[in-house]
Design a protein around this ligand. Structure first.
Ligand SMILES: [Ca+2]
Ligand SMILES: [Ca+2]
Length: 256
């Protein structure tokens, strides 16, 4: 569609008997490739895969980890929904100092921080030891969501696992191309009564296997991570592992 449109426009360049058509081949190819590879034309979705001067990959791939902080570009209502217009982490809890970690997407509404040493995220109450300097989405509230353009290498059923903290047990759901929603999935609390440092209750990390099983088709898709109940969860990444062609007959089910 885009290709036809551009060819039509080139034919109608005004006042030129001889068009240096070759000058337009590379831009035409680039735009077509860009649009096709982001899935923008096929879905009508206006968001784009995140990339910056440090993270240059663009769309994240499945199987593999989907880093939650690399939600798409596009802003409120397109690539995410957040309950306020402040990034409570980047530029606030982590003051702007010119560094990548402190200023990561600090003008966007989604709240982002990163794992820190000095007995903050490397504490004795972790269920799984987190890597340091890992960006994560935090300060979550029910109703908030972030969307990701991903590239799925192989069609089939995938297990979804999550690296997270949860002050109280909450629930999340995942949708694919805005068409299918998983039922809400429990994200168990990582609260530890023996930790007497109150603010650190948001820093007990866990890796939950088999949060859900979902079917994915090969190619570019969008995934949306919804915070359904409770909030107060921090999401480092979703981990997708290939399960097989057939729907799992065990575990926590699927979309159905
Ligand atoms: Ca916010
Ligand atoms: Ca992360």
């Amino acid at each position: 569609m885009m290709k036809r449109f551009l060819i039509f426009r080139l034919d109608r360049l005004p006042g030129r008997k001889q068009v240096a058509w070759w000058k337009y081949i590379f831009p035409l190819f680039s735009i077509t490739f860009y649009c096709c590879t982001t899935g923008r034309l096929s879905s009508g979705y206006e968001g784009l895969p995140y990339a910056d001067k440090v993270y240059k990959q663009g769309a994240q791939t499945i199987p593999g980890k989907i880093q939650c902080e690399f939600y798409d570009l596009g802003g409120e209502g397109v690539a995410y929904h957040d309950s306020d217009s402040i990034n409570s982490g980047s530029g606030k809890l982590n003051p702007a100092d010119g560094s990548y970690l402190h200023e990561f997407r600090m003008r966007e509404h989604v709240d982002i921080s990163f794992t820190k040493a000095r007995d903050i995220d490397d504490n004795a109450y972790n269920m799984v030891k987190p890597e340091m300097d890992q960006l994560y989405v935090g300060w979550t509230h029910p109703g908030e969501w972030t969307k990701y353009t991903v590239y799925v290498k192989k069609s089939g059923w995938y297990g979804v696992h999550v690296m997270y903290t949860a002050h109280d047990t909450g629930q999340v759901s995942i949708s694919v191309n805005d068409k299918f929603d998983s039922s809400p999935r429990d994200v168990p609390s990582t609260y530890a009564a023996q930790d007497t440092v109150n603010w650190r209750q948001w820093h007990h990390w866990n890796y939950l296997e088999d949060l859900a099983f979902i079917p994915l088709k090969k190619g570019f898709q969008t995934l949306t991570l919804h915070t359904v109940t409770n909030g107060q969860m921090n999401y480092d990444y979703l981990d997708f592992t290939y399960f097989g062609k057939k729907k799992p007959s065990f575990g926590k089910g699927s979309f159905e």
